[in-house]
Design a protein around this ligand. Structure first.
Ligand SMILES: [Zn+2]
Length: 224
């Protein structure tokens, strides 16, 4: 086993050389400024690397990741990222991205004890409890993915309700909030169609998207 992780430095040098060869001057241009259009809020899971999934180079995506892509208004870390992205970088889109078979969501769904993270996952248990009646009707093997999607919608709504996004809308700044899921099994992103561009959109967009999730999961069950 390499204690110095030389293999990572080697791949890094290879990667930097490839990027520079493809786009000469790439790094010196980035040095001057970053102007990303997107803020990605995703899960910390190693299988869901933000830039790679959408094939974006450094400088294009501002990223915040935590276990199970949770956004709560008491989390100074997430709020600081959102504030800097909206106020300073002026990103045009904030995308909350969940992923299928998320371990954090699975633990929350099934009350699995994993340690300190249990307290973090309480936020997802709140989502589970809100949608308990629906989830009980979803076949057990699809329940995690159903809660993954509901969690994305809830966290996207939480982003909309931050004072940062509210204030941006209030002063006429354009910023659109989205909720997506990523399929670990096929590498594809899916839009859950909760697209919010202003304060009046929040509740209707959330309600429509939740209903679409319910229909998708229960509709499939009915046709089985
Ligand atoms: Zn996850």
């Amino acid at each position: 086993m390499s204690t110095e992780l030389n293999e990572l430095f080697e791949s890094n040098r290879r990667w930097a050389a490839e990027v520079e060869q493809r786009e000469p001057g790439f790094f010196s241009r980035l040095l001057k400024q970053q102007t990303p259009q997107y803020l990605w809020i995703g899960c910390a899971d190693s299988r869901v690397p933000a830039n790679e999934l959408v094939d974006l180079l450094p400088g294009d995506l501002f990223v915040h990741r935590n276990i199970a892509n949770v956004v709560v208004p008491s989390d100074l870390n997430a709020l600081s990222v959102i504030q800097y992205a909206v106020d300073a970088l002026r990103v045009r889109h904030i995308i909350v991205v969940g992923h299928s078979n998320c371990g954090g969501v699975k633990a929350a769904l099934n009350n699995l004890r994993v340690g300190l993270a249990d307290n973090w996952l309480r936020h997802i248990q709140d989502v589970r409890n809100t949608h308990r009646a629906f989830l009980d009707h979803v076949p057990a093997e699809r329940r995690v993915d159903a809660l993954v999607e509901l969690n994305v919608l809830e966290q996207a709504r939480n982003v909309c309700r931050t004072t940062i996004v509210e204030d941006a809308w209030q002063r006429g700044q354009e910023v659109v909030i989205h909720g997506w899921v990523y399929g670990l099994h096929n590498g594809l992103l899916e839009d859950l169609r909760m697209t919010v561009a202003g304060i009046d959109d929040i509740e209707p967009a959330h309600a429509r998207a939740v209903e679409a999730v319910q229909q998708r999961y229960l509709g499939d069950q009915a046709s089985d």
